[in-house]
Design a protein around this ligand. Sequence first.
Ligand code: DC
Length: 227
Amino acid sequence: MFYKIALDGPSGAGKSTLAKMIAKRLGIVYVDTGAMYRSIGLFVLRRGVAPADEEAVCALLSEIRLSVRFDGGEQRIYLCDEDVTPYIRTPEISMAASRVSAIPAVRTFLLDTQRDLAKSASVIMDGRDIGTVIFPDAEVKIFLTASAEARAHRRTAELLEKGIATSFEEVLRDIEQRDKNDRERDVAPAVAAADATVLDNSLLDLAGTVEAALHIIEERLALCERA
Ligand code: DC
């Protein structure tokens, strides 16, 4: 039997790093749903459309063909057969993704793609609404969070490492703005599911976060087995 681990939480809490490590440790598939919203943001920007313009974004949806493939365990995301994985990590695309993800039709558009990926394998899927909307029946639900400052420090270091010039203040402002967009939107707001375990890693390093998450997963899966 396949199982699903829903890993939700705000930007920069370290969901993708954690999910990749958990997937490796458990031998399951990691699915990054933020990459799907980012790809739609990229498509919209390339077409010169404002990501917050709901009508114009919806008019483009029928042209978008999105697919997810796995290459050596790594997720690659294809937009109309182009591998756009390298182009979706800029601050501009982050903000565009946050805007398009508030549009109900965009979320509906991506629903089946996300659900289909869990039909043929056990998955750890990260996002904002995995435990609340995509898989309300997930065997394990973790809401990973950290203070905005802790997340901004980590994200600044990450961007600088990639050679993207930025400042802590700019990143913090960006994170706070995206948190607000994601949390306050009408559709699928980024909040913890009532039955999720909240893991705050503001004071934990990566190894500590992995151990805490594995502990939660083992406990939840054992409970499911007993049920
Ligand atoms: O996790 P991320 O930073 O790559 O996500 C990019 C944006 O997409 C973020 O602003 C929130 C949104 N998102 C969402 O609304 N639902 C998801 N399941 C994943 C991401």
